[in-house]
Design a protein around this ligand. Structure first.
Ligand SMILES: [Zn+2]
Length: 423
């Protein structure tokens, strides 16, 4: 098993189980060039390279140039220094604070109570399951899947599963979100978020237009928003299993390290899938068909709508597709930090309420630059980040509200429905 950092190929087979950040996180880097990933998750890339050089067999890759500026990038270096100072002043390790833990414990208790009411057949429970569970999951699972919740790997591994049953299955989530979307944001053919509708929706103006894209505004509003949960929690794990066992590429063809992650997480993914199926099937064993449909469709459809609303607006904006550089292959990596800033929009940046409602993805650009920093630090650190970014000439895209971001998202979807629209 290998990884590539700054043009050097390391055999990490013997190091995987000794990685201080846990095996799940280092397996994200397996089988590919992980320079940007390593830079994003560690304070100092130089020290990580020293560790790799002393503990892993390695050698240069002749045809591959160093792919990232890493710590040599002045903007990123200054941002990390600013973050270190900010956290040191607050005596924080950058992970979830005790106040945040108390808050999510409350959300967790509320989630357990609402699922109990759902199990007991209370008529109002299906209406509350999705929003209450969302608050719990988005403030635990997303952070944990970025290893940002805790410095203890097993805590992150466990909390990632709070997305069960209807937000996403963790294994394909690691592929789509951690390995693809965060590494290659808004790059056509590389960012699997742009391709998760199986070509039904033309998210990127760089994608080829097809006749079925004409009504895609309707497709997004009705189909996509209602069935997102089913696809993420039920369909993706099945396709993923087919790929793993038959060697096909039905899902996420750009992700090249599926086998490594599968070996580690396959059983948990299956268990999660069984729980998802059970929440859909059990009401049909207990109630009449119409009652069972109410108890299953309501939470799943509401979860789809909430998930789509919150997660899709931050990158799917016209200006987020304008390449900041010429975007030649060699330049694409060098411009990684710039792309993380300029391929996102942020909204309600000073609001802790919005940060909690969205799990911090309202300040998407900061999250993409520092995925290992817990979102409970975002509101306070954002002005410092924006100052550093603007000082280095980067365009931090701040929208006045969620409504403005949502309108921008709809405008892009509508424009991409037309064959003439591209960047
Ligand atoms: Zn993320």
């Amino acid at each position: 098993m290998y990884t590539i950092v700054n043009g050097v190929k390391y055999n990490i087979s013997g190091f995987v189980h000794k990685h201080p950040g846990g095996t799940t996180s280092i397996l994200h880097a397996a089988g590919r060039d992980a320079t940007n990933l390593v830079a994003a998750y560690h304070a100092d890339v130089g020290s990580i390279e020293r560790v790799l050089r002393t503990r892993c067999p390695h050698g240069p890759i002749p045809a591959v140039a160093p792919s990232s500026a890493g710590e040599k990038d002045n903007f990123y270096h200054e941002l990390k220094c600013a973050m270190s100072t900010y956290l040191r002043d607050r005596r924080s390790d950058g992970k979830a604070t005790w106040a945040h833990c108390a808050m999510v414990a409350t959300f967790g208790a509320a989630t357990a109570a609402i699922w109990l009411a759902w199990w007991c057949g209370r008529w109002w429970a299906p209406l509350l399951v999705a929003p209450v569970h969302w608050l719990f999951a988005i403030n635990t699972s997303h952070d944990a899947s970025h290893f940002a919740f805790s410095r203890t790997p097993w805590v992150n591994d466990c909390l990632a599963y709070t997305a069960t049953p209807f937000l996403y299955n963790v294994l394909p989530w690691y592929f789509e979100h951690g390995c693809s979307h965060h590494a290659e944001t808004n790059v056509h053919g590389q960012d699997e978020d742009l391709h998760h509708s199986f070509g039904l929706i033309r998210y990127s103006p760089h994608a080829e237009w097809r006749w079925w894209h004409c009504p895609q505004l309707l497709t997004v509003l009705v189909g996509h928003m209602l069935f997102t949960s089913v696809v993420l929690a039920l369909v993706y794990p099945v396709l993923n299993a087919v790929d793993a066992h038959l060697g096909t590429t039905l899902l996420f063809p750009s992700v090249r390290n599926k086998q490594h992650l599968n070996a580690n997480l396959w059983r948990q993914s299956l268990l999660q899938w069984v729980v998802s199926v059970a929440t859909l099937a059990v009401p049909f064993l207990r109630y009449s068909t119409s009652m069972a449909a109410y108890f299953t469709l309501t939470p799943w459809c509401m979860a789809s709508v909430i998930f789509t609303l919150v997660t899709q607006v931050s990158h799917l904006q016209q200006e987020c597709f304008e390449p900041p550089h010429a975007n030649a292959e060699a330049d694409r990596h060098a411009a990684w930090y710039r792309r993380q800033v300029e391929s996102s929009v942020d909204y309600h940046v000073g609001s802790d309420v919005c940060r909690i409602l969205t799990g911090g993805v309202n300040v998407q650009s900061l999250h993409h630059l520092l995925p290992g920093l817990h979102p409970c630090h975002f509101t306070g650190f954002y002005p410092i980040y924006a100052h550093v970014a603007r000082k280095h000439g980067l365009h931090v895209r701040v929208m006045p509200s969620f409504a403005a971001a949502f309108c921008g998202f709809l405008t892009l979807i509508r424009k991409n429905a037309s064959p003439g629209h591209s960047n």
